[in-house]
Design a protein around this ligand. Structure first.
Ligand code: ATP
Ligand code: MG
Length: 237
């Protein structure tokens, strides 16, 4: 483990009473800055809080998810971090670096922006569900439509039985901007699984390696509710 990550990875405890199969969730979009890391880290901290054996795999060379994990206190529920960009040291294979530890029930993968072609296909291995965060701007919505086409045509997610859901992120009151995307997704039978509002609660949570579910203040209750449909959709699969 590189020095920068020392202490970031906490061992998984025995998952209390759960015998659920491992489920792997990839958070991805070709577009940068749409909320991939925010959603991946919030999802990981949600599952950890539920007592699930949780693994967070950072596929982004920027290492934002692992940076978030390094801020997490020792008292918080453990999340096992895996940096997929660690240089492979001699005697250790890449598959050993990326192994899912015993006790894992939910694996959340944070993808970098701009993934395409072979790398996109590689990332699809073992994935059960994909979440695509989309910001409410025409440019982001156009990019998301193209990315969904890539998932269908290049990554062949349907043939692999991978479920795909879109998350409208940083939503303000006026959500009309999503109408064209919604129509396009409807025609492909791809759902909008959540709408997350634009709030400093995500920024504050990120500062201490937690998620909005860990925030006590009353303003966070609305954000916690917005995750319910997303979690239900993931757990249905
Ligand atoms: N719902 C939200 N409300 C407020 N701020 C948000 C929200 N979602 C994301 N942000 C902020 O937007 C910025 C970009 O988010 P994030 O890093 O999660 O995007 P990303 O898709 O992972 O970016 P990159 O492509 O660089 O990996 C961050 O500063 C984050 O705190
Ligand atoms: Mg990121």
């Amino acid at each position: 483990m590189p020095t920068a990550l020392r202490g970031a990875t906490q061992p998984l405890g025995r998952a209390a009473g759960h015998a659920a199969p491992v489920r792997q969730i990839l958070v991805i979009n070709a577009k940068g800055g749409c909320g991939k890391t925010t959603i991946a880290t919030n999802l990981a901290s949600y599952y950890a809080r539920q007592g699930r054996g949780t693994v967070l795999i950072d596929h982004d060379p920027q290492g934002s998810s692992m940076q978030w994990l390094s801020l997490r206190s020792k008292e918080a529920k453990p999340i096992h971090g895996v940096s997929a960009h660690r240089p492979v040291v001699s005697g250790v294979t890449r598959s050993f670096l990326l192994r899912i530890p015993d006790g894992a029930e939910r694996v959340v993968l944070d993808a970098p922006a701009g993934v395409q072609g072979h790398q996109l296909i590689e990332l699809m291995r073992e994935i059960d569900a994909i979440l695509i965060p989309v910001l409410p701007s025409p440019i982001d919505i156009h990019a998301a439509s193209r990315f969904v086409q890539d998932l269908l045509l290049v990554a062949k997610v349907r043939a692999r039985n991978i479920r795909v859901g879109v998350v409208a992120n940083r939503v303000r009151e006026n959500t009309k901007v999503y109408q064209s995307l919604e129509k396009f997704l409807n025609s492909l039978n791809i759902p909008f699984v959540a709408r997350l509002r634009d709030t400093q609660n995500y920024v504050r949570a990120a500062e201490t390696g937690v998620g909005v579910h860990d925030i006590k203040r009353s303003g966070a209750a609305q954000d916690q509710r917005q995750w319910e449909a997303l979690i239900r959709w993931l757990e249905q699969g």
